[in-house]
Design a protein around this ligand. Structure first.
Ligand code: UGA
Length: 450
């Protein structure tokens, strides 16, 4: 089977790498000539663990190539996947101009029966709209259109592609269904069922999944606040509810608010989509408000922990990317929080293992550091915003010695308060009980175990 993938962004490149690894012949098309030239030489423009090796291996094996010309990839293809960007517009709606433009170019290049699979996150009805665009331009074309939303987490996208919890295909023709079954045959059917639905259901399922994940994060963030007020521990609480299989344990870690290219954008787009036919989503609207409040509240928490004023203080920041293992800073809590800290008089020394290049133009006035220890030098607080593995086992004694004020603001709960206290650091986490209660609890648990 031959596959054309339109768009060499995160989703396009991961899909291209994984499908060529399965043994298919894949050509990835991108209109940016420079990007194509770089990809041909093995240069990968994004940070995704394992992607560079997988791309290089499949280029070497002759199964994967790149071009800027649709006519080189599409006529031969059995499946043409559209994976171009659908950025969020000011009003919350998804901008479909790249999808429409790609569809027109694709239509011109079609030859023989082709399944057009929409992989970009698009509003409900887009499959039908794209089918109409292609049909109008090429009444003679032999094609079917399917919705095949992606569920790839940044930082874990290769494994999510190779071992998905499910594959969703919105399809109306038996012929296209057979082609899509063949495309995903390399996956283990027991581990990764394929769900065939209508195109509308598939399109909406993508929004529903991201909105649900966003809801879970907003929920646990609110409960973290409640835990603090009531002397409970959100880590145990998340486990206590997450072990209930009806609830599940994922996306229940409190933090400074969800960000990234997907959850905030898709939740905002869903709010728009739902209002139009008169079925507004009060839940998702509340989630977005809660998340915006969350990021603002983190500023207050940092100011309070620093004694009520940031004037003349230095805050060392660990983590700028919206989550670990990515260089994406879009909608990252850091972009909302750091300017506010600087406005209040703080100097910022920051380090992120992959996100600094993308953050530099967006965060004026930040001193970029070599590593966590460099950032901490002379600072009045060490603020953890992203839970990179590199930050999980830092030498706390060394940090204590480097900091001017021994304060660890751990907004991802990656350190145990007692461990920080043992190193002489005051630990401020999220949703944790006062130290005295935590110690009593540990004593009780160890007595029970004994
Ligand atoms: C999300 C979905 O998880 C993917 O399934 C989906 O395919 C993707 O969007 C997409 O639409 O392309 P991603 O944006 O990579 O993936 O990030 P998540 O892992 O979902 O995290 C989103 C945000 O929530 C991050 O800021 C993260 O720090 C935060 N989060 C996540 C928490 O604060 N706590 C958690 O327990 C989990």
């Amino acid at each position: 089977m031959r596959i054309a993938i339109i768009g060499a962004g995160h989703v396009g490149l991961v899909s291209a790498a994984c499908l060529s690894q399965f043994g298919f012949t894949v050509t990835c098309v991108d209109s940016q000539h420079r990007k194509v030239a770089a990809l041909r030489t093995g240069e990968v423009p994004i940070h995704e663990p394992g992607l560079d090796r997988l791309l290089a291996a499949n280029i070497d094996a002759g199964r994967l190539s790149f071009t800027a010309d649709m006519a080189e990839a599409v006529p031969e293809a059995d499946v043409a996947m559209l994976a171009v960007a659908t950025p969020g517009r000011e009003d919350g709606r998804a901008d479909l101009s790249f999808v429409r433009q790609a569809a027109r170019q694709l239509a011109d290049a079609l030859d023989g029966y082709t399944v057009l699979a929409i992989r970009s996150t698009v509003p409900v009805g887009t499959c039908r709209e794209i089918a109409a665009i292609v049909r109008e331009r090429r009444p003679d074309a032999d094609f079917d259109i399917v919705s095949n939303p992606e569920f790839l987490r940044e930082g874990a996208a290769i494994s999510d592609f190779m071992h998905p919890d499910r594959v969703v295909v919105g399809v109306e023709s038996a012929r296209a269904r057979a082609v899509m079954s063949a495309l995903y045959r390399p996956l283990s059917p027991a581990e990764s069922p394929i769900l065939f639905t209508t195109p509308e259901t598939a399109e909406l399922a993508k929004y529903a999944a991201n909105c649900f994940l966003a809801t879970r994060v907003a929920f646990i963030n609110e409960f973290a606040d409640l835990c603090e007020r009531l002397g409970a521990d959100v880590r145990d609480l998340a486990r206590a509810i997450g072990l209930d299989r009806r609830i599940g344990r994922h996306h229940l870690r409190p933090g400074p608010g969800f960000g990234g290219a997907c959850l905030p954008k898709d939740a905002a787009a869903l709010v728009r989509t739902a209002r139009q036919p008169g079925a507004p989503s009060a839940v998702v609207e509340a989630v977005l408000h809660s998340n915006a409040r969350r990021k603002a509240a983190m500023v207050g928490r940092i100011v309070d922990a620093c004694g009520g004023s940031l004037a003349g203080k230095t805050v060392a920041v660990l983590g700028i990317a919206f989550k670990p293992a990515t260089d994406t800073v879009r909608e990252s809590p850091a972009l909302a929080i750091l300017p506010e800290l600087m406005k209040r008089g703080a100097a910022i020394r920051a380090f992120d293992p992959a996100g600094m290049e993308n953050a530099r133009p967006l965060l004026d006035g930040v001193a970029w550091c070599r590593d966590a220890y460099d950032a901490a030098t002379g600072a009045d607080a060490l603020l953890v915003l992203t839970e990179w593995n590199q930050f999980r086992a830092l030498d706390l004694d060394r940090l204590r010695a480097l900091l001017r004020t021994p304060l660890l603001l751990d907004l991802r709960n990656i350190y145990d308060p007692a461990q920080a206290a043992a190193a002489g650091l005051r630990h401020v986490g999220l949703g944790l009980p006062p130290q005295r209660l935590a110690v009593l609890h540990r004593v009780a648990v160890s007595q029970d175990a004994g």
